[in-house]
Unconditional design. Structure first.
Length: 77
């Protein structure tokens, strides 16, 4: 009987610890300022490691924006 109570107590303690870890992970994921900072660091690191794709992407976005403006201004609608 006492062994069974010890097993239950150990199981409860293990489940509490797992719950604490889960809540801590969720709290970290829902921390918007921390997630924004981490994303900013990741983007900065990506650009510093290889700026080529970023510059090509910016060029494509620029062409799309200018084309849309030109279409709106010079279109016959």
């Amino acid at each position: 009987m006492a062994r069974n109570q010890h097993q239950v107590a150990a199981d409860i303690a293990a489940r509490r610890e797992q719950f604490r870890k889960t809540v801590s992970e969720m709290e970290h994921k829902l921390d918007i300022p921390a997630q924004r900072a981490a994303l900013g660091e990741k983007i900065t690191g990506s650009y510093q490691a290889n700026p080529g794709p970023w510059l090509i992407g910016a060029g494509i976005v620029g062409v799309v924006v200018l084309s849309t403006i030109a279409w709106a201004v010079f279109g016959d609608d």
